[in-house]
Ligand binder design. Structure first.
Ligand code: F3S
Ligand code: F3S
Length: 104
């Protein structure tokens, strides 16, 4: 099960994680980035580089993080599995949960 990006990434989008991913499975959306749930190989390289601790492995997904695990899947419903972020030319459309999310 893949790593998941959560709420701290929204409107921050530091992008350091992208540089670390060996399989380019971290894709840009409008307000945050999404890890492709099927393309991620669980290497863990991205987790320590995020300055706002927005990345967690599936084992550490708690109730707060779970909606983001679901939106990670929803985000790719239309485009499927592009085989790496260089293969997409536009940001992914944020699922409604993220688009409407109000940060505290
Ligand atoms: Fe977001 Fe952190 Fe990556 S803020 S873009 S998950 S480095
Ligand atoms: Fe997945 Fe992060 Fe590695 S997104 S493939 S665990 S760099």
């Amino acid at each position: 099960m893949a790593f998941v990006i959560g709420e701290p990434c929204i409107d921050v989008m530091d992008r350091s994680c992208i540089e670390e991913c060996p399989v380019d499975c971290i894709y840009e959306g409008g307000r945050m980035l999404y890890i492709h749930p099927d393309e991620c190989i669980d290497c863990a390289a991205c987790e320590p580089v995020c300055p706002v601790e927005a990345i967690r492995p599936a084992q550490r997904v708690n109730e707060d993080w779970r909606p983001f695990q679901e939106t990670s899947r929803e985000a790719f419903a239309e485009i499927g599995s592009p085989g790496g972020s260089p293969n997409v030319t536009q940001p992914i459309k944020d699922p409604a949960f993220v688009a409407q999310y109000e940060k505290p």
